[in-house]
Design a protein around this ligand. Structure first.
Ligand code: UD1
Length: 363
């Protein structure tokens, strides 16, 4: 059996790490198979890619496609052309894709058209918001997948409603949480940015095109951030897309001058997890961070109108606050005055999702 595991962008790296680890321990136990790791190069900066490999002990990719940035069509097409060559050269039995980035979609469709079986890890998530590129990637990837590894029962229900046979849907838990559990103790040993006191600061991340590509929306969100910062310091690791836009819209100087908002470079995995785990609240538009804060029991305000991860709201600590600044500030004040949701960890988010995935694939 030959497997190709694909990773392309920052949130993919923590998802493939436990799968590769589980494959390695099966190999050490004498099972006979081959695994190749393909990095598409969708993310390529040291801070967006290299550091994750080092910190999470991910082996260097066997093949690097080096596709880099571009429009969605350019980036997706470059991944497809290069990945088709890889599939033809290596003839894998299975291609394993994770998450919902352009590389996930590009590699799953390319493999399927060559008659190669596709396993999707984190299958079945749906925001029902077709303005999100990730939603299109999720739907297209699931349309061609043969095995669906899911994180929760909402995803199972979505797939069942779309007609996927029950024996192809396997609820395994969350590989991103596997990685969190594995590395939490190291993250808590990382130094906080100078001046940050545990539980006395908030963390902000923003990178979704719908929030950062339009000057008025970005300015409005930043207005809310400024009002929250009157009550609590906010640490803001700035995604390259967001930095570029803040600069282009003439907002970067104002944002940097804000005395209680600390703009910092994107952080490595351990530093970021350490920062979040000791914060009192997270403001974000990320998908994965909704899950990490749910596991950690840290209140999370998600600046979106919808989520593909509803379990983080029903069981976890997540509240959808949209992009209306008054609502964002009101919800932040609730958290700061102690009205925090009770934490419950979703079933199977126990650190063993990677093992379950590899068990099933080797069967
Ligand atoms: C991608 C994913 C998104 C994920 C996010 C995490 C898609 C459609 N989106 O969005 O789901 O949440 O990654 O970051 O796949 N850039 C750099 N260095 C890098 C990578 C990107 O400077 O290493 C800059 C480039 O200017 C690039 C921009 O960031 O044009 C956006 O990168 P891209 O990969 O297109 O999408 P993300 O916004 O990062």
């Amino acid at each position: 059996m030959k497997f190709i595991v694909v990773a392309g962008a920052r949130p993919n790296f923590m998802k493939v790490a436990p799968i590769l680890e589980a494959f390695a321990s099966e190999k050490a136990a004498g099972r006979d198979f081959t695994v190749l790791l393909v990095h598409t190069g969708q993310h390529y900066d040291e801070k967006m890619s290299g550091t994750f490999f080092e910190e999470l002990g991910i082996p260097p990719p066997d093949i690097h496609l080096g596709v880099g940035s571009g429009s969605h069509a350019e980036q997706t097409a470059r991944v497809m052309v290069s990945f088709e060559r890889v599939c033809l050269d290596h003839s894998p039995d299975w291609v394993i894709v994770v998450g919902d980035v352009n590389s996930t979609f590009a590699c799953s469709v390319t493999a399927k058209k060559l008659g190669i079986k596709v396993a999707h890890v984190e299958a079945g998530l749906r925001s029902r918001d077709m303005s999100m590129p990730e939603e299109i990637n999720r739907l297209c990837t699931d349309a061609v997948s043969d095995l669906f590894f899911t994180t929760d029962e909402f995803a199972d229900a979505n797939l069942a409603a779309e007609g996927v046979a029950p024996d192809r849907i396997i609820l395994v838990g969350n590989t991103m949480i596997d990685t969190l559990i594995r590395h939490q103790h190291r993250a808590l040993a990382m130094e906080l940015p100078s001046g940050a006191q545990p539980r006395q600061y908030a963390v902000l991340t923003l990178h979704r095109p719908s929030n950062v590509d339009d000057p008025q929306t970005l300015e409005r969100l930043f207005g809310a951030v400024r009002r929250i910062a009157e009550r609590i310091p906010i640490y803001f690791p700035v995604h390259p897309r967001t930095r570029r836009n803040l600069e282009a819209f003439g907002l970067l100087n104002d944002a940097s001058a804000e005395s209680n908002v600390f703009l910092i470079e994107p952080l490595g995995y351990l530093a970021f997890l350490g920062l979040v785990a000791r914060s009192c609240m997270v403001l974000t538009d990320s998908g994965g961070i909704q899950e990490e804060t749910t596991f950690l029991g840290i209140p999370c305000l998600t600046m979106r109108d919808n989520t593909e991860r509803p379990i983080t709201c029903s069981l976890g600590t997540n509240v959808l606050v949209g992009s209306d600044s008054d609502r964002i500030v009101q919800e932040a004040i609730k958290v700061l005055t102690g009205e925090s949701p009770i934490r419950q960890v979703p079933p199977y988010w126990d650190g063993r999702a990677g093992e379950r995935i590899v068990d099933r694939l080797l069967q």
